[in-house]
Unconditional design. Sequence first.
Length: 621
Amino acid sequence: MAQPQDCVLPITGGQNDSENDLPLSSNFKHVKVRHFVMELKCSFQEKRFDGSIVLFCQFSPNHSEAKVADESIIDSKDSDSCFSHANTPDKECEINLNQQPFNECLLSRKHHEVCLDCHSLDVSACFKYTLSENESVNLSAILSKYASANLQIPAIDLQSLKKIHNDFKRDTSGSRAKMAVDFSMDTHCLKVALPKSSHCDHHVAVIEIQFKTQAAGPSLMWTFDQCQRECVFTIGHQLNNRSLFPAQDMPEAMVTWHSSVTLGDATSEEYTVLMTAESNPYIYQDVNGAKVFEHFSSFLMPASTFALAVGCWQCLELCRSEPSANLLDPSSHIVPCRLFGPESLMESARSQLSWYMPRCFERVQHSLGRYPLPRLDILIVPACFNSLGMACPCLMFLSQSVLCRDISMFARVSHELCHTWLGIMTGPSDWTEEWLTEGVCCYLEDILHASVMEWTEEETQERLELRTCLKLRLLEAEVEHTPPDLQTLRPNKGEPVSADKGKEEVTCCVKNGMNSEKTLMQVHYLKGFFLLKHLEQVAGRSKFLKVLKDFITDHLGMLFSSQEFLEYLLQNCQELRCSGLTVAQLCRDWLDAPGIPQSLVKYKDRPQGKLAQHVHDLVSD
């Protein structure tokens, strides 16, 4: 994915100025986690995961801060360069300044830190694996491909990483040292100290972290399903997955992963593990007879998109994979789709979703392009789930609240499916600009739902007008009861803020990222919806949907800003380009200012039509 500029605010002194701000602690500019292998053991009795995560890291030398201490030693204070083998005495490396960055041999006189975002984790130990010269070269070559990858890493490279990891695990001869390294933790950060270098490791390192989750960790929900069976799932908390595993938690930090979950005290054959992965799990028994579910993902994704669920759920097939009837028509592509849920809800969920999902896939692929992932699992989550839905790569969580006989709530299903393109395969480079995903999906959900339901043009128009009226009333109520600083859709106003302040210690944050009010807000949904509605009225719906589809196609696997999004729309839609609208005007009126834009006055009129009159009569009575 594209590497965005810094769009977060700096906090000096390493302290958070506001408890509402979400710290971004990882030193991503200096070290990049490219791939991880995570092994978890699930214990319902203790409500925790015991785990280890192996991080495949690539370091970025900072030549501007490196200084030559003598003819053969470079003291790279802030440069993560290379690492020592365990029990190898320090020795000088010969410096060749003409070599490429990943072939340089630098010798550091101090420890190098790998800073990771985490919260409510109990870390017991950290280790650094040694690498042979051949392994270093091979690993460096594999990891270097990540920098230029757009969407997917070749499977052969993932298998090579997996083989290196398996070699570590199987090495019982002691020839491969596993060096314990120092680490420290604070509320939001784990710092792993790697020893000073005495050998050129080609700027790569393999680190293992052993940890346990806490029962009260906010990233996980330990609960019971509707049939009173124990289950656990990730809930998309504001902390993302930080209390599930340590990671570089920021939009531009893209990784692939292998992950396995062992069912410890949940040994029933009925239990299953769902995870963000591109194929069905490989299931086997370990040496103790415990059931293990192994998944992998070769799509480059932020760690925040990782999701899992463990429970005793039934499984039904909604869509079966078949060869496309017409390879030139993306809407004819059939996406394999399975439904999971408690036995008590499966009949109603099956009857509704088995009708809706094939049609929804067809309509959304016609509007946004071929479904970019290989499959989709849908889980009907427990009643405690605090949203109507949540989209993750190849996995969708749906609340039981959307299940109703007339399918009137299934616009939410369309909304979550749209997130595959907007929020998963593309996304904002600044997490505070979430309107770019939520607002766009909110705009598309009604159009796609109407198409799935096959309403007449007249009925579609009446229903969309009525929905628009309701959304405006909801937005007015939100604005009335929301602080002004939470009403802007671009808090940083598109200005990159560098985290480099010389030698001053700086921590970045997402402004208001931990503000509890934001979890209850819909301003970014609704204001974003009306901005796109405004542009649609200028361009015409069909032409606007066409340029929106073109934008998504051109930006798959990329991060982008509000300004880049609006510039594309105005430059590539003739009607918008000739309308006199400008990006600066749209940002000023819609994104950077609190309140309701004047352009929404026209929506205050009472909607017309039989449906609106029927609703008015019901309310009046």
